[in-house]
Design a protein around this ligand. Sequence first.
Ligand SMILES: *Cc1c(COP(=O)(O)O)cnc(C)c1O
Length: 312
Amino acid sequence: MSIENTQLRCNTPIVYMGMEQGNKLYIKRDDLVPYSFGGNKARKGVLFFEEIEKGGYDCVVTYGSSHSNHCRIISNMAAARGLPCFIIGPSEVADSTFNSKFMKLFGADIKTVPINEVHDTIKEKIEELRNIGKKPFFIPGGGHGNIGTEAYVRCYEEIREYEMQMGVKFSYIFFASGTGTTQAGLICGQIKNHDDRQIVGISIARKNPRGRNIVIDSIKEYMPGISDDEIQKNTLFVDNYIGDGYGAECKEIREVIKDAMIRFGLPLDSTYTGKAFLGMKKYIDKERISGSHVLFIHTGGTPLFFDDFRKM
Ligand SMILES: *Cc1c(COP(=O)(O)O)cnc(C)c1O
């Protein structure tokens, strides 16, 4: 029996938050995907584990730091099925967090190496497992790849369904963009449906052109044959609000996190959703967007909110 099958359609709520900066602000609560504090990694993880079950794999190998929401989710889903989970992480980011405590709780086998050795270490681990007769399934960091993209094509369909039911149309969709799979999925959904709107990924780390090109590669991988024009036109990857994690920007993000908690009861974090929420606000100001329906996708990471909260 698999509980996950019943969660296939995550169908997270979309909540109206009121007028903000002259627009009607809505939030899609993907942090409420009903598994292990939710988030986009849970939405993707469900589909990865369908592959794992179909293919009869008997262990999982993945990548991520001690802050990784992805590794929390994957190690939870593996533990629930009794599958060993091997995590390779960078020794540069290995401090104790709520996510890393969860990985330990789920019995993940965590190995940290300097970041430049990660690639080879993953290869060696997979070979080592095969050599002892295991059948490992490798999940790319952050749930990157077509399976992860598919998860957000489905999310896009949920957004369309909401629009049809409620008679609204979101002119803008904002969210935190990292490895780009979430954004690629949303854009593939948009292209499939020929929808006219702006899907704005707020980069949390990567600069352009690299960050945007990774989104574009994911779109091409999922929808081979789609015209380059169409992809170029639809891919908005904003890298102005990354910050360096220190100083004035850090303070600004902290203020946004406090404000969102006080006014909306909404937990944001300083790595992903807080940065994206602040980036969205600045983008709306800068582009003078008003009178629109704006959707923010809360991509999860509640344990990271508590890491931040402890330091506030
Ligand atoms: C991983 C993550 C993202 C970025 O998603 P990508 O699909 O990698 O772009 C955004 N928000 C949260 C909370 C995440 O954990």
